[in-house]
Design a protein around this ligand. Structure first.
Ligand code: SAM
Ligand code: SF4
Length: 335
């Protein structure tokens, strides 16, 4: 599938729940959330059908996200089925990590091990800070220990790649970037720093809290020396990677707000947990695939056509720099 601007679409990010065991201030700040009624959330079978049809149209990579995907019941069954879909070569999960070290219900196996055994190759774990107080303030939960235990469980389980995603916030983790880098180096994790994006209506999405990636890079260089750009190193996303001066450690920067080339290599579609197909995170465009999936008169060919129609509407770039006003919260999109 190719859009009007030559983006070749091969990556589907699938949110399987709007629920979460944390309350990150930049994502879902309200303690009391109104969750979607179960009937509005796509069943696993419906999601698997979307992926199966997508695979037939060139989707080869799926990342499962949420909310917190590991909070959904029977999630391991879902991964078991996902790995069977022909054409899906790369399966990843985005998680806050707090449940990765938990027992999976099978002997003394952890959830992390269960995921690896079901073909999940990469784990993107969110970790913005190593300070327990800052973690509790940022996520609304005192779960730093569990998150780190989850990262360690993921390392033991043998994922091909573990990425740590840290959202940059001035006066929050600005003075900890160095410790984060050392934490990642000691554990051989790929650390990426992400700019705050206006994807939720919350009091923390302000100019004062925004820390641009260029400034984070300068802070790191001030302490460690010059970073070397590594344009040759690519993961499946918009991060720019740099090599540390004193080792072969790479650090990624994801600057959705300040990097003017951010959208050039976009290969992604997003499926929300209630079945909206979104061609771009930073646009209000979304299209109701659930209607198609639940209409008994419509077939997989109609689902395939739906994919093509949405790809044809994929914008050239996001609208974050144009005084974008968030509609849906990030939790309800699937980051
Ligand atoms: N619960 C999982 C997690 O935290 O990784 C998966 C879902 S979460 C919505 C996916 C990613 O979106 C996380 O890395 C989170 O930090 C990021 N995110 C959420 N709100 C954001 C915002 N306003 N700006 C930048 N990143 C955000
Ligand atoms: Fe939950 Fe992830 Fe959003 Fe935090 S960023 S509230 S962990 S979905």
């Amino acid at each position: 599938m190719e859009d009007l601007f030559g983006h070749h679409i091969s990556y589907l990010r699938v949110s399987i729940t709007d629920r979460c065991n944390e309350r990150c201030q930049y994502c879902m700040p309200d303690e009391e959330q109104e969750w979607l009624p179960r009937s509005e959330v796509l069943s696993y079978e419906e999601i698997l059908r979307v992926v199966r049809v997508g695979a037939g149209m060139g989707i080869s990579k799926v990342r499962v996200t949420g909310g917190e995907p590991l909070t959904r019941r029977n999630v391991l069954w879902f991964f078991e089925e996902l790995q069977k879909i022909e054409g899906i070569k790369d399966i990843g999960i985005s998680t806050n990590g707090t449940l990765l070290g938990r027992n999976s219900g099978n002997g003394d196996e952890t959830n992390a091990q269960a995921l690896v055994d079901r073909g999940v190759r990469t784990a993107n774990v969110s970790l913005d800070t190593l300070n327990a107080g800052v973690y509790a303030e940022t996520t609304g939960r005192d779960l730093l220990k569990e998150a780190i235990a989850g990262i360690d469980a993921a390392r033991d389980a043998g994922f091909e790649k573990i990425k740590i995603n840290a959202v940059l916030m001035r006066n929050r983790n600005e003075h900890e970037l160095w410790e984060m880098i050392e934490f990642a180096r000691e554990r051989d994790l790929l650390l990426r720093f992400i700019e705050l994006m206006p994807v939720s209506s919350t009091h923390v999405l302000t100019e004062e809290n925004f820390l641009p990636t260029a400034e984070a890079k300068r802070l790191i260089e001030f302490k460690f020396g010059k970073l070397t750009p590594r344009a040759d190193f690519k993961t499946n996303g918009p991060a720019s990677y740099y090599q540390m001066p004193d080792s072969d450690q790479l650090i990624g920067f994801i600057g959705a707000m300040t990097n003017l080339h951010f959208c050039e290599t976009c290969n992604k579609l997003r499926l929300t947990c209630e079945g909206k197909l979104r061609p771009c995170l930073g646009s209000h465009l979304e299209f109701d695939m659930r209607e198609v999936l639940r209409n008994p008169e419509l077939t997989d060919d109609d689902v395939a056509k739906f994919f093509l129609d949405v790809v044809a509407k994929k914008p050239e770039q996001h609208e974050f720099r144009e005084n974008y006003q968030p509609g849906r919260k990030m939790i309800a999109i699937g980051g």
